[in-house]
Design a protein around this ligand. Structure first.
Ligand code: AMP
Length: 187
């Protein structure tokens, strides 16, 4: 089963991705985590992206697309992919379709965790205290939200026409959201 978790920053995509990974013995594909690892390991890409990441800007499609290529085409991960934070632009969505087609895969479910701006601001302020992410201060959150509305929302509108697209109120308790996901998947 391949699943895309969609939603603004702070919607709870990472939390539900971890739930699904455990439940389905799947693999989380978090481009945010992959990019943070590049920075932590001080790689060539890490050096290139650090300032954009800290400022809450998107990383170039070419870089992100390249980083997920090996994961999607890895036979041991086939049909066990939980996308969290990818795709975030129409170009990334097109790339994902191509990569999946190439390896004879498809997306089974798209879950949109819908959360309003006020809740996001509150949640991310809490996360900053817990995780100390450099892109979690208020100014940067607002920028990330605007960028989401501008670049990622069109991807959402595109996917929302699919029969396997489901919207869930992301303002609910974590366990309730997981329960809704289970209901939609019928597992
Ligand atoms: P996240 O952990 O998903 O909130 O992502 C943190 C940051 O990583 C984002 O604000 C972007 O700077 C970058 N990032 C993560 N995923 C992507 C993506 N698919 N496309 C572009 N930038 C991304």
């Amino acid at each position: 089963m391949n699943i895309i978790l969609f939603g603004p920053p702070g919607a709870g995509k990472g939390t539900q991705a971890k739930y699904l990974v455990k439940k389905l013995s799947a693999f989380q594909v978090s481009t945010g985590d992959i990019l943070r690892d590049e920075i932590k390991n001080n790689t060539y890409i890490g050096k290139k992206i650090i300032s954009n990441m800290n400022e809450g800007k998107f990383i170039d499609d070419e870089i992100v697309n390249k980083l997920i290529e090996n994961i999607v085409s890895n036979p041991s991960k086939k049909n066990k992919l939980i996308f969290d934070g990818y795709p975030r632009s129409l170009m990334q969505a097109e790339n994902l379709t191509l990569l999946l087609n190439k390896s004879n895969q498809k997306i089974n479910f798209i879950f949109f965790l819908n959360v309003n701006k006020e809740t996001i601001i509150k949640r991310i302020a809490k996360r900053k205290n817990l995780e100390n992410r450099t892109d979690d201060d208020l100014d940067t959150i607002l920028k990330r939200y605007d960028k989401y509305m501008e670049t990622t929302k069109p991807v959402l509108d595109f996917y929302s026409k699919n029969a396997n697209f489901f919207e869930i109120d992301g303002g609910q308790e974590i366990s309730e959201i997981s329960r809704k996901i289970d209901t939609f998947m019928n597992v």
